[in-house]
Design a protein around this ligand. Structure first.
Ligand SMILES: *Cc1c(COP(=O)(O)O)cnc(C)c1O
Length: 488
């Protein structure tokens, strides 16, 4: 399997090079050249364990002639990523709620779905480094508004040959999220607060990538969701959900299933589209947004327009105006030439518009909806009252969009749940109309109120020792990085 740039079919790389590089030289994202040779063995699905499904997806998407040539090496990487890291054997259990099924992707070490990919990415990166005989040490640089940082720290913690530096906005994340990061014990981890907001942290990291002269023995890289190594692991759970529905008799072999996905950067839902290209019978993929409804407008009108107000919402991990991974869908549907043109327009004018035919092709599979904070809170309360099922704000956005778009659909629907209610306990408490003193107190009170199990990873988080205490001005980020890698 070769990978090509979304902006130029003729730029190709081996999978391991695409993973090492992250983004192509022309600014495009890497795509598998064809899904024809990557068809999933559907007949075997119900006999496969979750890990075997992951292994099958990875070997189909990456092939075995580049990475993981050594017998048993892929199996080992998947085991290192998932064994003992998730609450329970299954990293993506389904719960039946009303007529739909909620796929809980948050039972990992940081209680959000990013764990599924970020536990595996470091193993993929280590293998890519090995097959390309890269001698430099890889330093991962990440700016986070909460979820990515803690999931990346957990995934990269104590992985050989790689270290990680995470920047976060000092007053822009919850106390629980902050403690998850500042208590990370991995020897190769570094966490630093910025006096500023998330955009300051992110533009600071971008500037470092573009301009910093790093020592010869160091290579900077990112754990961002544009890396194909982050996307591939997510394809697996779409197959797994289908297998579970087959096993419980909810569907018959070949039936189509819908997926509703709370969306920000368009990575998670795109993984569903990849699964479909690999042979999964999918009805609709429904893109659920919060008040930052740029994707909803795009799917309705064909015009992507980021020139609009940015809303800070109660589902902060979806507060995004440029959904990077949408570029991959454009490359598949419109071709790389049109995709390059649209991305140029996006950069220059902040918008682009698909042709009628292109939009129609996209709409064959994708549907969309959006929800504001008020409806999100009402949804949390109503679903809890009616079904006794507790969901976080991101999941509630998806549930509300499910009710608007698919409640009466003939196909079965899986709603993806991307975070534990405990990760956003303060918001969930507000939604339930209950009182609490601070973020930490909200965890205990939410438990007292609902009796829902507190995830192991968040139990006792208030008492976790703070081991990272750096704060810098945004302009001092490059100096901080140089100083830190100088010590390596
Ligand atoms: C990152 C995140 C999302 C959005 O996922 P994308 O792949 O960026 O679309 C949704 N929910 C939660 C809780 C997240 O952390």
């Amino acid at each position: 399997m070769q990978y090509f740039s979304t902006r130029n079919q003729n730029i190709t790389k081996k999978p391991s090079e695409a993973i090492l590089q992250g983004i192509a030289d022309d600014g495009g994202l890497y795509m598998p050249e064809s899904f024809e040779g990557a068809k999933f063995p559907m007949e075997a699905l119900t006999k496969m364990t979750p890990k075997e499904i992951s292994e099958a997806v990875l070997s189909l998407l990456f092939g075995r002639d580049d990475m993981f040539r050594e017998e048993g090496s892929l199996e080992k990487a998947v085991s290192l990523a998932y064994d003992g890291k998730f609450d329970g054997e299954d990293y993506a259990p389904l719960s039946k709620v009303g007529n739909a099924h909620v796929m809980e992707l948050y039972h990992g070490p940081t209680c959000a779905f990013k764990d599924v990919a970020l536990q595996l990415l470091p193993r993929l990166l280590a293998e890519a480094k090995k097959v390309n005989e890269v001698k430099e040490k890889i330093v991962i640089l990440t700016a986070t508004s909460g979820d990515t940082g803690s999931a990346a720290l957990s995934g990269f913690s104590d992985v050989d040959g790689v270290s990680i530096i995470v920047f976060y906005p000092k007053n822009g994340i919850s106390a629980v999220q902050e403690r998850q990061m500042t208590s990370c014990k991995g020897k190769n981890t570094c966490v630093c607060a910025i006096e500023g907001n998330f955009d300051d942290a992110q533009s600071g990291v971008k500037a470092i990538f573009n301009t910093m002269e790093v020592p010869e023995n160091i290579r900077l890289s990112s754990a961002n969701s544009i890396n194909i190594g982050r996307l591939a692991p997510q394809v697996a759970y779409y197959f797994k959900a289908y297998g579970d529905l087959l096993k419980t008799g909810e569907i018959a072999f070949g039936d189509k299933v819908n997926f509703v996905v709370p969306t920000g950067n368009f990575g998670d839902i795109l993984a569903g589209y990849f699964a479909m290209q690999m042979g999964l019978p999918v009805g609709k993929l429904v893109c659920a947004s919060n008040q930052n409804s740029v994707l909803y407008d795009f799917f309705v009108t064909g015009c992507y327009d980021k020139n609009r107000d940015f809303h800070v919402t109660k589902s902060p991990s979806m507060d995004i105006l440029i959904s990077s991974n949408l570029e991959r869908l454009l490359a598949l549907v419109c071709g790389t030439e049109a995709c390059a043109k649209y991305m140029k327009e996006l950069k220059e004018t902040g918008k682009y518009t698909l042709t009628k035919e292109e939009l129609a092709a996209v709409r064959k599979v994708f549907d969309a909806g959006y929800t504001d904070d008020k409806t999100t809170f009402e949804t949390i309360k109503r679903v809890y009252d009616e079904h006794g099922y507790l969901m976080d704000t991101h999941t509630a956005v998806a549930w509300s969009v499910y009710e608007k778009t698919l409640a009466d659909d003939e196909n079965k629907t899986v709603v993806l749940s991307t975070a534990s209610a405990y990760k956003f306990a303060s918001s969930v408490m507000n939604a339930l109309g209950a009182s609490y003193d601070d973020d930490f107190d909200a965890l205990d009170k939410l438990y007292a109120l609902t009796g829902a199990k507190i995830p192991t990873a968040l139990d006792g988080i208030r008492e976790k020792e703070i081991v990272h205490q750096n704060t810098v001005q945004k302009n001092d980020m490059p100096a901080f990085v140089l100083n830190h890698i100088g010590k390596e």
